[in-house]
Design a protein around this ligand. Sequence first.
Ligand SMILES: [Fe+2]
Ligand SMILES: [Fe+2]
Length: 284
Amino acid sequence: MLYPELFRSLEQVRWNMETDIPWGEFDPALLSDEQAQTIRMNAITEWSALPATEMFLRDNRNDSDFSAFMSVWFFEEQKHSLVLMEYLRRFRPELVPTEAELHNVRFEFDPAPPLETLMLHFCGEIRLNHWYRCAADWHTEPVIKHIYKVISQDEARHGGAYLRYMKKALAEVGDNARVAFAKIGVLMASARRTDKPLHPTNLHVNQALYPNDTVQSRLPDPNWLEAWLDHQIHFDGEWEKKVVDRILHNLSLLFERSFESVQELNRYRKEALARLDPQAKASA
Ligand SMILES: [Fe+2]
Ligand SMILES: [Fe+2]
C-alpha cells in the first residue's frame, strides 16, 4: 500500500495558507485587472478536482489504496482553489467566484479505463506544474507570484504520487498497463501549438452533455485557457518542449528504457500491444 507513505511525505512539505503565503507583501500597483481575471479562472478550474475525485472514487472501487490517496489529492487541489480565492477575497473581492460558478464545473464524467485516466492525470499534473511556473514568471505582483510557485510544486508532487501508482500497476498488470500509459503518453506529448491545450480539464468527458462536457467549457469564459496560454503567460514551444521532455523522462524511468522522442514511445507502445495480442503481431 502506498497511501501511508505518500500521506507522510506530502504532510512533511505541506504549506500553511496563513503563514507560508507572504500576504503582507501585496503591492496593488503590480496587479492588473487582466491578471486578476486569470486568477479567477484558475480558481474555478482548480475546483474541478471535485468531479474528478468523484470519478476517481467511482472508477477505482476495487483499489482502496489509491482511493485513500484521493483524500490527500482532493484536499490539496481544493486548497489550490481556495488560496487563489483568498487572494481575490483580500485584494479583488469583486472577482471572487460565486458558489454557482464553482458548482457549474461539478458534473458527471463518463466512466473511463482507470489506467488511462491515471496516466492522463499524471501528464496533467506535469503540464499544470509548467503552466503555473510560467504564470509565476508572467505575474508581476509578488504575492501571486509566490502562490503560483507554491502550487506548481504541489502539482509536481501530485505527478510524482501518480507515478508511484503507475509503477505499482505495472508490477501488477504488466503489458496492459504499458499499453495504457504509452498510449496516453503519446497523445499527451504530441501537443502542437495550434492544437487545443492538452489537459484533463480541456477534454470531453460526458457524451450526453457534448459539447459542454469539458471543465473549460463550463467556465464563465470558456475561451480563457487558450488566451491565457497564448497571449498572456506565453506558454510557447520552449515551455511545451519541457513538458514533453518531462513526460518522456518519467516514462523512461518507469519502463526502464530511454525515449528521446514521442515516436520512440509509440514504437514501444506497438511492441507491448503486439505482446498482448500475438495475432496482431502476426498480421503486422
Ligand atoms: Fe491544483
Ligand atoms: Fe495537482
